[in-house]
Design a binder for this molecule. Structure first.
Ligand code: 13P
Ligand code: SF4
Length: 396
């Protein structure tokens, strides 16, 4: 890939930091997005990329372990030693003490979690540092600390347990561990909420309001009135003290821009277009979408449901497109369509491609350790407590 230097972008014009961030060329460690990716990448059109990846992986042998999230491109999944949702990948990273290098084909927060769960002698690498998550960026450490101060001021902090979605920075996972909470993923959010409500009488769920609301209402039997939304951009979260005191679940105002695209109209449209279709949606979708769906569950649940579905059945899947396309290919005896008419990849998951993977593996072969993800030990200690609590939750 040709790397454009700043003047190449527009001669005579000083690029704004925002333009550089959008191009993934500037270092911004406070964000999940737009960090620099150093080095010379192989050209995307290089016909020897598959062979190069194979050769580099063979040369590294057991020293390297490649993890691939379900939303990764096919060309990357082909080289993964394990594929899974964020929960399974966290478990798998923790279970590989012998691997010197863990190449994480996923997004930044997943690689951070892998670093927290592995030993100091192991290096976790993210092939493209610009693979972040816009949802994780919706909750900064400072905002979450301010929110906690609001809970203290309302007299409810003592009874509130934080439940933090895996899709969050290590700093927020550290906050969660420090406050006696747990991490969850979309596959164990119900177990996490139940556990939290046994420890206290309220939950602060962050950063995905939809996963929190959908789990509280659909799986724990709470009502929409039991939930309030805390907006970090408003004073006091935009909530009164009475609202905070009455609520059982305080939802952070964050969402996934990919799953947020599915609407009630998408569900209506696909039901008309595909007779007899069953709608299967990820719980990051809006509440009205999951209410209108036939089944709701994590990426892992979606895969298991399709595996168990009878030949001839029809499915509209509300999750990321790489996974939906692979499911369609794996089940030629079933009709599998994307829930929305418009194409919707997760652009940051898609940052990891074969050139970045080849570059990472070949750098390791040459004795360089590129794009290492490390979490500072103070934060990692508390974040590990919250992650260990998640791994100890009752099985799904
Ligand atoms: P999973 O928890 O199912 O892996 O999903 C992660 C994610 O980023 C969904 O958008
Ligand atoms: Fe983040 Fe959404 Fe992409 Fe998942 S699909 S990594 S939540 S932006």
């Amino acid at each position: 890939m040709t790397t454009l230097s700043a003047p190449d972008l527009m001669p005579g014009v000083e690029p704004s930091p925002l333009a550089l961030l959008l191009l993934g060329r500037q270092r911004d460690l406070g964000s999940e997005r737009g960090v620099d990716c150093p080095g010379e990448l192989p050209a995307a059109a290089d016909p020897s990329l598959v062979e190069r990846a194979r050769a580099a992986k063979a040369a590294l042998g057991d020293r390297v372990f490649v993890l691939g999230h379900h939303y990764q491109r096919d060309e990357v999944i082909a080289f993964a030693d394990v594929t899974g949702d964020s929960f399974r990948l966290a478990q798998q990273a923790a279970a590989r003490p012998e691997a010197e290098f863990l190449v994480f084909c996923g997004v930044h927060f997943m690689a951070e979690s892998a670093d927290i769960l592995t030993s100091a002698h192991q290096a976790v690498l993210l092939p493209d540092l610009a693979a972040g998550c816009s949802m994780a960026d919706m909750a900064s450490f400072e905002q979450v600390e301010r929110c906690w101060e609001d809970l203290v001021a309302a007299g409810v902090a003592g009874q509130t347990v934080p439940v933090t979605y895996m899709n969050s920075s290590a700093a927020i996972k550290g906050f969660t561990g420090r406050r006696g909470g747990t991490i969850c993923t979309s596959s164990n959010a119900a177990a996490a909420l139940r556990w939290a409500l046994e420890q206290g009488s309220k939950v602060l769920f962050l950063p995905d309001q939809h996963l929190g609301r959908n789990t509280a209402v659909r799986e724990l039997g709470l009502t929409l009135e039991d939930c309030v939304v805390y907006d970090p951009h408003k004073s006091g979260g935009g909530l009164t003290v009475e609202q905070l005191q009455r609520a059982t679940v305080i939802l952070w105002k964050g969402h996934c821009s990919v799953h947020g695209r599915f609407t009630l109209e998408s569900v209506r449209e696909v039901r008309e277009r595909v007779p007899g279709v069953q709608v299967l949606a990820h719980p990051e979708c809006r509440h009205e979408v999951v209410q209108a769906a036939d089944l709701v569950g994590s990426t892992d649940f979606i895969i298991r449901t399709l595996d168990a579905a009878p030949a001839g059945s029809s499915w509209a899947i509300g999750t990321e497109l790489n996974l939906v396309r692979r499911l369609a290919g794996a089940h030629p005896d079933k009709t599998v369509v994307f829930l929305d008419k418009t194409v919707c990849f997760c652009s940051t998951m898609n940052r990891i491609d074969l050139p970045h993977l080849v570059w990472t593996l070949e750098s390791l072969v040459a004795g360089r350790v590129p794009n290492r993800i490390t979490v500072e030990p103070g934060t990692a200690g508390y974040a590990r407590a919250a992650l260990d609590q998640m791994l100890a939750l009752p099985a799904r």
